[in-house]
Write a new protein. Sequence first.
Length: 310
Amino acid sequence: MSGADPEHIAPPPRRDVVEAECYTPALLRDFLVDLETTTHSRQVWSLLVGLGQALNLPCIDFICASSWDHFRKTIFVRTSYDASFLNGWNEDPEIAKWSYFRSHAMHHLTPIMVGLEFIDEYIHLPARRVEVLREAAARGIRAGFSIPLRLHAPPQAALITFAGDHSRREMKEIVRAHGWTLSLAAMHGHQRYMTHFHAEFPERNKISAKQLELLGKIGLGLQDKQIAQEIGISVSAVRQRMHSLMEKTGLNNRAELAALAMSMGVLPDPVHGPGHKEAEILFEMDGKGTIRRPAHNGDISAPNPKARRR
């Protein structure tokens, strides 16, 4: 996105909600309606930080890593505060592996209380990790609420933590009153953030429009000669452009470039996207079996249960 920082662009006016949408907490409802208008990951982050501040939980952490079932690579870490004091600690792999992300969020889905105030309710931590929690508490991060998050294509795990300078009793009261709001805001915020984050890959890596066009052709499985004919350049120019693209992205082959095109949303979903075959709707009705039938103009009405089953 060019021009002004998207974090400081005034969002569109909040839409009017219908009465049937007014049975959730107003703070959550307003967050979700605002989330609908976001066009950039930084706008999503601003909403998450604003929510935390509204609940006196101003210290927000957001960490995301690939291959959630076995930690492979940290994709990003965002914090709403100066977290540089953690750098020295995290250089020690023995300390880093006891982070709440690696010790809990990579393996479990349950939200969890964190921080020094809840240390006796968590698994036994090494003394050096306890020192980290003590330093965080001294900096106003005594207690928090962490929500594990998942994406499965590609596999990723994430964790969003809302924390502040609270006693155990105070933190419990906040979670009793607003735990539902924090959990749903984290889940929807994570999904929206990652949608924007993947789409912003060209922006972060300075990929040109021509390189993006090439990426889409590679993702469609076209070979160099076909790409050259469609774009109107020489095969040599295609290969030069592809080499530059690999250097910018750090990828090594066509298959990885094609996977990148899919994750960025450059290509339609190969399973459910438009294609030459007639679209089908899969109906699975408990007690009635499984039925497939052609889709007609988005019709999702249930088929006749007496129709042929497979």
